[in-house]
Design a protein around this ligand. Structure first.
Ligand SMILES: *Cc1c(COP(=O)(O)O)cnc(C)c1O
Length: 841
């Protein structure tokens, strides 16, 4: 029967329990065990049933139960203490407040998704989980950061499998009334969507000390089509995506204004929010009278862009006609030629009608950019080199900060106890020396924590399987098989991530006999747990899921291999905490970082992975296993087969024997390796380390620079822009005329003098730096990166010619070399390479 009218009955807490509402509305509960325990006590059964969701719990709690708790003095006392602890956490000085040169006032962090908790399903995968962990660590460190995103009324999709093992998608509509979000009354913003105004209201999420603003177009002011703009994460086609990104980028900047925030630094997590740059440019042009290049300079000065993927499908490209429809008014208002706008999303030499690339705009509108692991930094420099055609690839100005994970959000309470005892009660902030304390942790203690995690994994996976079987119409007796799946004492290997083709979830299935032998070994068996969603439009990804499901349904292996549907943060946590081995076998170097392995490692799992992303820089031979990759092979099938061989070899010869080598039932050498893994990785994989890196390497220098360029009505930004224009237009005349230097052999330790004459054309010697690059040659005859600035000796005969000189010592025997180049030089450049101008000898 349908209701004629529907309305919401708001829960009302009895006076003594009011503080529960504060606790439920601040997501700090999601990483504070004591708060979670308090909510569990409100109603243990409902807590488990609703998947650990305080807001949901309070909204369904009965009046009787609440009155009973209000009368319970012990509960009230605990509530008082937990609430006081939250207030202390919100107020006390933290790491950031002890920074010596504290010039960062406010960072605005933009992301299309945030994975903070299963209770706020506004994420699809790694990018969201990373953004969520960034906010939590920023809160713990006291960084003054405000985040901006969208509230998707249907979140991402919920995954189920049909009888054939094919993924099906559901989009249940979320009710903000029972989410940990609150509406900021009167703080709506309006954006223009191809001539039609769209209103978005703003919800606030409290993430510890950090505020997250979520824009939501589902309001009565908009027509039905407008209301659907923020319906689903990554739903719809190109135009839908463009509309969402306009709300996120342009609406997001306006939302910060609407709540009264003057942001100093903008950090964009991937290109999707890139239109924030266009909104900031528009203001500088319209309100402050800057010209486009000056506004670009001013906007760049305080912007950090993080690129997250080398996979083309992960980068938005919008066709020109679509861009014209939505951004012609922008170009008119700024009095900018539309080709100049398009050029912001193009590499040099691309035709004006090429699609607009959001990552390219991200790089152009940020003074600092980075990839998310050392290897990904390298890959990104090569990938985006066309933006700086004259630079050597290692000088392309894209750095790297390796992703980390928020320890307390992912680690089991048992491991948390181990770390608290042997590392530090504040282990997420602990340094290497403190982590080394883990060598004193007894085997039994570690082994018990691991066993408990595995047992919980088995229990929770069975529970999930049973409920999905029942949902598909199975009778309870038909679903009884679910209790025979997995074994709490068997070596457990996990593979859970997006089913994107390059991640190769089916690599193990390519050698079915070897896989079966591993699973079915009578004395040393392995069990495999898979989970992950394929994008709804990705049929290849769905086919991989189907193959995994089909294999797991073979009668012989059904109890040793399982695909668990509807991967989310709760399931992820269970898997990280319970697996012994975390498997990752992407096609290198397509995994920019990968963070699931970091979460598993913190729980004492051992990584077995291709040397890609974070693992390429952190594997040390003792802390897990490396699978060989054959990326030089052009033949993908041969490459896959080689890499599958390597993976099976590692599993069969190393992993399995080590896990089952027991002394009195305890795998001592295995636990030794777990300790090595924790000691070496613990201090490096935590999000605290990542956010500290961002503060020290990016936010602080950017803050200084943004303030400097903004001074006296942007005069320095205008000056820099005019200087760049002058240097760029005269650069083709800059040349090195003569390079004098000895090339006869010398003895080790000898000095060499190099002299050059530089023609500066219309520029002056203040505009340039002349650099000597010298050193031993490598096997390919290439010079290393060491360079030194040459000194100006004085003018030469001939117009605009100057002599420069440098000397160096030959510190290594063998083949030595040098060369000279000229680059632009200005005190307000972040990196001399950013202009891409170089004149070589
Ligand atoms: C950590 C995490 C991811 C990212 O895993 P990758 O290893 O980067 O693929 C995806 N989804 C969830 C739910 C996560 O917690």
């Amino acid at each position: 029967m349908q209701a004629l009218h529907t309305f919401v009955v708001r829960s009302k807490l009895p006076e003594p329990l009011q503080a529960l509402d504060d606790l439920a509305m601040n997501l700090r509960w999601s990483w504070d065990r004591r708060t979670q325990e308090l909510f569990r006590q409100v109603d243990p059964e409902a807590w488990e049933a609703n998947g650990h969701d305080p807001k949901g719990l309070l909204s369904t709690a009965s009046l009787e139960r609440l009155d009973m708790l209000a009368a319970d003095a012990r509960f009230r006392a605990e509530l008082g203490e937990v609430h006081a602890d939250l207030q202390r956490y919100m107020a006390e000085p933290r790491w950031f407040h002890q920074r010596p040169e504290n010039n960062v006032r406010s960072v605005a962090y933009f992301s299309p998704e945030f994975g903070l908790s299963e209770a706020l399903p506004q994420y699809s995968g790694g990018l969201g989980a990373l953004a969520g962990d960034h906010l939590k660590a920023a809160s713990d460190l006291g960084v003054p950061l405000t985040a901006v995103g969208l509230l998707y009324r249907q979140g991402y999709f919920r995954q189920a499998l049909n009888a054939d093992g094919w993924q099906t998608e559901r989009y249940p509509t979320l009710d903000p009334q029972v989410l940990p979000v609150r509406l900021l009354e009167g703080a709506a913003v309006t954006v223009d969507l191809a001539g039609a105004p769209l209103v978005a209201q703003i919800w606030q999420v409290d993430v510890g000390r950090v505020r997250l603003l979520l824009l939501d177009a589902d309001v009565a002011d908009n027509d039905p089509e407008g209301r659907r703009v923020t319906d689903r994460l990554y739903g719809g086609g190109g135009e839908h995506r463009l509309r969402q990104e306009i709300v996120l980028g342009i609406g997001g900047v306006r939302a910060l204004d609407a709540v009264g925030l003057d942001s100093q630094i903008f950090h964009t997590n991937e290109g999707h929010a890139g239109f924030l740059g266009l909104e900031r440019i528009r203001r500088l042009v319209v309100e402050d009278g800057l010209r486009l290049p000056e506004a670009v300079e001013a906007v760049r000065s305080g912007t950090v862009f993080t690129t997250h993927t080398p996979v083309a499908a992960g980068i938005d490209r919008f066709p020109r006609d679509l861009m014209e429809r939505y951004f012609k008014p922008w170009a008119d208002e700024c009095d900018v030629d539309f080709d100049d706008l398009m050029a912001l999303g193009h590499v040099p030499g691309e035709p004006a009608d090429a699609p607009f690339n959001m990552a390219v705009m991200g790089l152009r509108l940020a003074a600092a950019s980075n990839g998310v692991s050392k290897l990904h930094g390298e890959v990104s420099r090569a990938m985006y080199k066309p933006l700086w055609p004259d630079l050597a690839v290692d000088e392309v100005p894209i750095g790297s900060v390796t992703n980390g994970v928020h320890g307390r959000s992912w680690v089991s309470s048992e491991m948390d106890d181990v770390f608290s005892r042997h590392v530090s009660p504040a282990w997420p902030q602990a340094d290497e020396a403190a982590w080394a304390g883990l060598v004193h942790s007894p085997d039994d203690e570690l082994w018990q924590a691991r066993n408990r995690g595995r047992a919980q994994l088995v229990a929770r996976v069975r529970r999930r399987l049973r409920s999905s079987a029942l949902a598909l119409g199975a009778s309870p007796s038909d679903a009884a098989w679910c209790d025979t799946v997995l074994d709490p004492d068997v070596l457990t290997v996990g593979f859970a991530r997006r089913f994107a083709v390059y991640k190769r979830a089916t690599l193990l299935l390519t050698q079915p006999e070897r896989l079966e032998a591993l699973l079915l070994s009578p004395d040393r068996p392995v069990q495999l747990v898979f989970a992950g969603k394929a994008h709804p439009a990705d049929d290849l990804g769905k086919e991989m899921i189907r193959q995994v499901v089909e294999f797991s349904r073979r009668p012989k292996v059904g109890h040793r291999m399982v695909f668990v549907a509807d991967y989310d943060i709760a399931l992820a946590r269970t898997l990280y905490q319970g697996c012994d081995v975390w498997l990752n076998n992407p096609r290198r170097p397509l995994e920019a970082c990968g963070t699931s392995g970091e979460k598993a490692a913190l729980n004492g799992a051992l990584n077995c992975s291709i040397l890609d992303g974070w693992w390429a820089e952190m594997f040390d031979g003792e802390n897990g296993w490396a699978v060989s990759s054959a990326e030089t092979s052009e033949d993908l099938a041969r490459r896959d087969s080689f890499e599958a061989d390597s993976l099976f070899d590692v599993l069969e010869r190393q992993v399995v024997p080590l896990f089952y080598a027991r002394e009195e039932g305890v795998p001592r050498p295995w636990l030794q390796r777990v300790r090595s893994s924790l000691v070496s990785l613990g201090p490096r994989v935590v999000a605290d380390r990542m956010v500290r890196d961002y503060v020290e390497q990016y936010y602080e220098p950017m803050g200084r620079r943004a303030d400097a360029l903004r001074a006296s009505h942007h005069a320095p930004a205008k000056g820099l822009s005019a200087w760049k224009q002058r240097v760029r237009s005269g650069w083709h005349e800059v040349a090195i005329h003569s390079l004098d230097g000895e090339v006869s052999p010398v003895d080790l330790g000898a000095e060499r003098v190099v002299d050059v004459v530089v023609h500066v054309g219309p520029l002056s010697t203040d505009d340039i730096a002349v650099e000597l690059l010298h050193g031993p040659l490598d096997a390919d005859g290439e010079l290393g990166p060491s360079r030194q600035r040459m000194e100006l000796v004085g003018p030469e005969r001939g117009r605009n010619q100057f002599r420069y000189r440098a000397q160096f010592t030959c510190t290594r025997a063998g083949r030595y070399g040098y060369t000279v180049r000229v680059v632009p030089d200005h005190p307000d450049l972040v990196d001399p390479a950013e202009m891409g101008c170089v004149a070589w000898a």
